[in-house]
Design a binder for this molecule. Structure first.
Ligand code: NAD
Length: 384
């Protein structure tokens, strides 16, 4: 079969809050392949997603059940974090290429094991860090690596998103450190607001396919929502290879729906800025302005198109198992820091959009001020 007529058979593993985006994308337009099955333990999927009946997509309750009856070329895994490793290994062992949602796994050892499993299977293991598929980001990284702006010195970003009761109620692992006896380390830094931090480690990595290595962390973690097990507010500062500093501020219990991303990176001879709806913008010391396309110009689901194309072409997406290593190192270092409870008198609960949100007073201001000063709240005299 030539590449033009080969349409990869796509298996969607889990169609929960995020996995349903793959379902609507892959059934709503031509992505170059066809959804031939769904694996999920949820009961009501055909009622929830009429397209399942319309397109006669079989639903299986486990990968074992699917592999007993059928085969696929590409598995797209959007299951809870702690199931990724086992499911990815199972798919690779069956000779199926894998696009797994981020984070791929929770340890460096698992990352390397998965990378090796993919190599041995002769299949790719791509990870769904969507900003790593963004054409503007890729062009920017090429220029950074070519030394166009000089050596990177430090990089910071504030990115927070309001999340309330519905978000935490959707699944038993949300906001948990452990689920089903296994680590999940779920937090805004680990999960919903992970992308811009992972982007920072991607952009400053020493090669196109490798992220920046982190060495140590300082920070302050808080729990604003008393019903969350893990932290939901993080002020973090990391030391990385080549003397680079990274600062990141993120949170869920805030009044503002979306704060940032608001990113700045200082290089020897230039400054990079990026933000919501803004192009990645570099201004050099000589006054030259370089714009790298509007943020969002590449569709968020480009990763699916790229993965299908790679299956057809026999290539592999750039965003492989190691892409998340810098973020993973940071998550694990952050998790060692103590978590302090915010005084409940400082948390107001608001009702909006059929949901209920805890909002820590003054949090937006604290996140932005710490970001601007590359500082932690204690250093700024800020108390939460
Ligand atoms: N790239 C992004 O922007 C982005 C955004 C949100 C979430 N995610 C990632 O997507 C993944 C899923 O997150 P979510 O928020 O959709 O989770 P979720 O809890 O909302 O959905 C998980 C789905 O997995 C199913 N499931 C549970 N156990 C299963 C099993 N044993 N076998 C098959 N299916 C099973 C559940 O029924 C549910 O449909 C996570 O890795 C998360 O970090 C990525």
């Amino acid at each position: 079969m030539d590449n033009d007529s080969f349409r990869p058979r796509i298996l969607l593993v889990s169609v929960g809050m995020y996995g349903q985006k793959y379902l609507s994308e892959a059934t709503g337009r031509d992505v170059g392949g066809d959804v031939i099955g769904i694996v999920d333990v949820a009961d009501n999927l055909p009622e929830k997603f009429p397209v399942i009946a319309e397109k006669r997509i079989p639903v299986y309750r486990s990968l074992e059940e699917f592999f007993r009856r059928d085969h696929a070329d590409l598995a797209v895994i959007s299951s809870p974090i702690h199931l990724h490793v086992g499911m990815a290994l199972q798919c690779l062992a069956q000779g199926v290429h894998v696009l797994c949602e981020k984070p791929l796994c929770l340890t460096e050892e698992e990352t390397l094991r998965l990378e090796q499993a993919a190599r041995e299977a002769g299949r790719f293991l791509a990870v769904g860090w969507q900003l790593n598929y963004d054409r503007a980001v890729l062009n920017l990284k090429r220029d950074i690596l070519a030394g166009r702006f000089g050596a990177p010195k430090r990089m910071r970003c504030v990115h927070a998103m309001r999340r309330g009761e519905n978000y935490y109620a959707r699944s038993h692992w949300a906001g948990k450190i452990l689920a089903d006896g296994r680590e999940v380390l779920d937090s805004p830094f680990m999960n919903a607001c992970a992308h811009n931090f992972q982007l920072m480690t991607f952009l400053l990595g020493g090669r196109m396919e490798t992220p920046l290595q982190l060495l140590s962390a300082e920070g302050e973690l808080y729990r604003g929502n008393p019903h969350v097990e893990n932290y939901d507010i993080a002020f973090l500062r990391f030391r990385a290879e080549r003397g680079i500093t990274l600062c990141y501020e993120t949170a869920h219990p805030l009044e503002t729906k979306n704060l940032g991303p608001d990113g700045v990176s200082e290089f020897e001879h230039a400054v990079l800025t990026w933000g919501r709806g803004q192009p990645y913008r570099v201004v050099t010391d000589a006054g030259e302005e370089i714009l790298y396309g509007a943020a969002g110009a590449t569709p968020l689901m480009q990763k699916l198109d790229d993965a299908v194309r790679c299956v057809r072409e026999g290539t592999a997406p750039l965003c492989g198992a190691r892409a998340g290593l810098g973020h993973l190192q940071a998550v694990r270092m952050a998790q060692q820091l103590p978590i302090r409870d915010v005084d409940p008198s400082r948390v107001a609960w608001i009702d909006a959009e059929g949901d209920r949100f805890p909002c820590v007073q003054g949090l937006e201001d604290a996140l932005c001020r710490c970001g601007e000063h590359w500082a932690l709240p204690g250093e700024m005299g800020i108390q939460l």
